[in-house]
Design a protein around this ligand. Structure first.
Ligand SMILES: NC(=O)c1ccc[n+]([C@@H]2O[C@H](COP(=O)([O-])OP(=O)(O)OC[C@H]3O[C@@H](n4cnc5c(N)ncnc54)[C@H](O)[C@@H]3O)[C@@H](O)[C@H]2O)c1
Ligand SMILES: O=C(O)[C@H](O)CO
Length: 325
């Protein structure tokens, strides 16, 4: 009897074919309201879930009594209730590393675009407002040789540090749960407290996972500690930032600007005040959004799934999952 796998996100056919070699696949390109009742019905005898963003909590797991493994096609796994999964002996996996460079390219591009006001000046040109040589009022700020503070020097944070150091001669500060000797040696990065990082950085880049400890990590006090000339970049999750505090800090000119790839609510509401601020550059959570990288992530998720269903240890077990030694 083949294992039954529910795939709940749009996937390349190559990935579905790979899973179909050993499993039965129930495929939902998107879990919109029309198909959700069918999804819940299929859950009843499903052995595995593959996709990203679905809230997998106790309520959902109670509807899936045969589930053996839940596989994210993302590195972030804040959508998974790890304790509920472990209670039920369900394996959980994610897709780290394959996306580091693509995400670092996005986040550093966001940093550059925000520093040099590119979206605003692109619109300036397209609106036919460019009538003469640009004046100081339209100048941006330099990135090269400035100080970048990275909160969360992990896979993506480290790739951002590489770009900053070797591409832009930046000085790098970082804060995290542990020291990163390799990054300190390779990128001349300096570990410091969060307070010191916020006070000294010209660019603050948040790249931590969303956890109970990082929820609201950047709040009123943290933005007040930043330089008035500094720019905040968020590539992590929207809820690592107190969005109200960010809006107030920008309105009070406590910081110079912000570049955001993630938001507390996604898709972000058009009414969100951040979207009407010229000194805020916004992206629709596109960190890993290239065809090549998304295929790698999906295939890695599928490899984790097939290995787990075979009784093997999947390559990317999430910390806290059963089977993590
Ligand atoms: N915008 C996007 O499209 C995109 C893409 C990839 C990752 N992400 C987000 O970025 C996160 C990090 O990705 P990664 O692959 O670098 O993960 P990672 O696990 O390699 O690195 C996370 C880093 O954050 C640090 N950290 C954890 N808790 C912390 C805390 N309380 N304070 C300070 N540092 C802390 C960890 O020590 C680690 O160094 C993901 O969990 C995801 O939420 C977003
Ligand atoms: O966590 C990740 O991999 C990205 O945010 C894409 O979801």
């Amino acid at each position: 009897m083949k294992s039954k796998v529910i795939v709940y996100k749009k996937m390349d056919e190559k990935v579905l074919e790979f899973i179909r070699e050993t499993c039965e696949v129930i495929y939902f390109e998107k879990l919109h309201s029309d198909v959700y009742p069918i999804f819940l019905e299929e859950l009843k005898d499903a052995d595995a879930l593959l996709g990203s963003g679905l809230k997998v909590d106790g309520d959902l797991l109670d509807r899936a009594p045969h589930l053996k493994i839940v596989c994210n096609t993302s590195v972030g796994y804040d959508n998974l209730d790890m304790s509920e999964l472990s209670k039920r002996n369900i394996i959980a996996t994610n897709t780290p590393d394959v996306l580091n460079d693509t995400v670092a390219d996005t986040i550093f591009g966001l940093l550059l675009a925000t520093a040099r006001r590119m979206p605003e000046l692109d619109q300036f040109v397209k609106n036919g407002e460019w009538k003469e040589t640009l004046k100081e009022e339209h100048f941006g700020v330099d990135v090269h040789h400035k100080t970048l503070g990275i909160i969360g020097m992990g896979g993506v944070g480290s790739a951002i540090a590489k770009r900053a150091r070797f591409g832009f001669d930046m000085d790098i500060l970082y804060h995290g749960r542990s020291r990163k000797e390799e990054e300190e040696q390779t990128y001349n990065a300096t570990y410091c407290s969060l307070e010191e990082l916020l006070q000294k950085s010209d660019f603050v880049c948040l790249m931590t996972p969303l956890t109970p400890q990082t929820e609201g990590l950047m709040g009123k006090r943290e933005f007040e500690l930043m330089k008035q000339s500094a720019i905040f970049i968020n590539g992590s999750r929207g809820k690592t930032v107190d969005e109200e505090a960010l809006i107030n800090a920008l309105r009070a000119e406590e910081i110079l600007g912000a570049g955001l790839d993630v938001f507390a609510q996604e898709p972000v509401s058009p009414a969100n005040p951040l979207l009407s601020m010229k000194n805020v550059v916004t992206l629709p959570h596109i960190g890993s959004a290239t065809a090549e990288t998304r295929l790698k992530m999906a295939m890695l998720g599928a490899e984790n799934l097939v290995a787990g269903l075979k009784g093997e240890t999947p390559p990317n077990l999430i910390k806290g999952s059963i089977g993590v030694k």
